[in-house]
Write a protein that binds this ligand. Sequence first.
Ligand code: NAD
Length: 510
Amino acid sequence: MAIVESVQNGSNGPRRMKLSSPSTETPIGEITVTTAEEVRAAVRRARAAQSGWEATGFDGRRRYMEKALKVLLRRQEEFIDVIVRETGRSRMETIMMEIFPGCDSLAYYPKKAKKILADQKVPLHLLKNKKMVLSYRPLGVIGIITPWNGPFILSLNPTVQALMAGNTVVLKPSEVTPFSGKLVAELFRDAGLPEDIVIVVEGDGETGAALVDAGVDKISFTGSVRTGRKIGEACGRSLTPCTLELGGKDPMIVCADADVVRAAGGAVFGAMMNCGQFCSSTERVYVVEAVADEFIGRVVEKVKKLKLGTAGDFDLGPIIWPNQLEIIERHVQDAIAKGAKLLTGGKRALEMGKLFYEPTVLVDVTHDMALMREERFGPIVPIVRVRDENEALRLANDCVYGLAANVWTKDNDKAIRLAKRIEAGAVCVNDSAITYGVTEAPFGGRKSSGVGQVNGDAGLKSYCFAQPIVLDRFGIKEEQMWYPYTGEKVKILQKIMKWVWGTPLGRMMT
Ligand code: NAD
């Protein structure tokens, strides 16, 4: 079944996309696809609005964000309804993953941006006749392209950062969850944001590609590695800066001294939250032999208690995008054929609906199984027993992805040592998948998991161009280096070099 279907009436009619609920398979609405010309027009409008928005200043922009925060708190039930209808998730998870961090983003960046992006006077180590002001200038129009698995927060959070830095935004949410993405425009409209500061364009990859080619000043992309590569190539051709937040295959390392009860709970939550449909879900568990039996027993016990559902109190909803179900089934079948042992789950939960999959635990898995190599969005915990932490580290790093990781031990010093040896953009200790929610933490992947970072000071600055403004201090009539070049000037320059880098006092003073 398709939950999103492209339709067109006649050869000249606008293309539309029809959406159905992944939980109930009933129609939930349709969108009209924005054409490439309309996307270019949106970017032109956003560009025309940018200087006015920048002139609003940090305090002015902050006031709009404060209004938006009030709107989100006031209209949260309505927003939750939209997201739940489109994703089939529980209300609890929708608040936890979308609304709560959305409020934090709307509060944090407006409060901090003025300080983080303030002009900085930078003392110069060498050229004492100069001084420098570093100014964080907005880039202009930011094109934001987002996926379906965190459809509101992954659209809102980069938008808030880009706006607070003084940019305007053209946002292209996923065609799988367009209504949740549109809530971002709705939120800012209700907060009284002027026209064309945030414009949403709608459609699939064609619309996304049109946005990349529409002359924006930066692309902020969150999505798959496959699409990220295409966007990176297109941005390379037009020399457009881009941030690529891509897929992951996060490892979990459980040390012999871990709190096994907490680690088992963390493994289940880390792998099952949002039915495993998030970039930093735990997809590979490496547990040291000494605690493996107890850990595996507890994980299975917890997984068996998870409740699938469509309404009321439940833990796991459906797989939002049907193509993911095929990946899940292929991974589980391939693993079992290669010797993995299924401890629970392992098939669709058809009694719930066509897109539900039973929460699953597999052991005896190895790295020659697709399950341990390719990214998968599904409710699966694959567990590997390892001799020691070194073997766990070797396996954790044996992966093309490097988004995030988690380590479980009672010894924080050891945790930090291990974290530094993991090839991942972020590491949590005794918790999982929390880094994106730590607003101060720059978030981004290593290896194939991406380029650049969002969030924190680094994320906010990534929506700016750091412009050094170098000022002359003394206003003397002529600089030594200016024309004419003479042998005398060569000697002076050599004397300066000898003193600066050839004497202890010179080295100390520069
Ligand atoms: P996707 O790459 O298929 O689509 C993402 C967005 O890109 C959609 O809006 C889509 O319409 C658009 N798109 C598709 N083709 C395009 C093209 N050629 N040019 C421009 N835009 C195009 O990803 P998805 O399936 O929606 O999302 C799941 C992926 O996102 C997973 O790999 C997941 O790990 C990743 N993700 C990463 C992060 C992170 O922060 N690193 C967060 C969430 C999701």
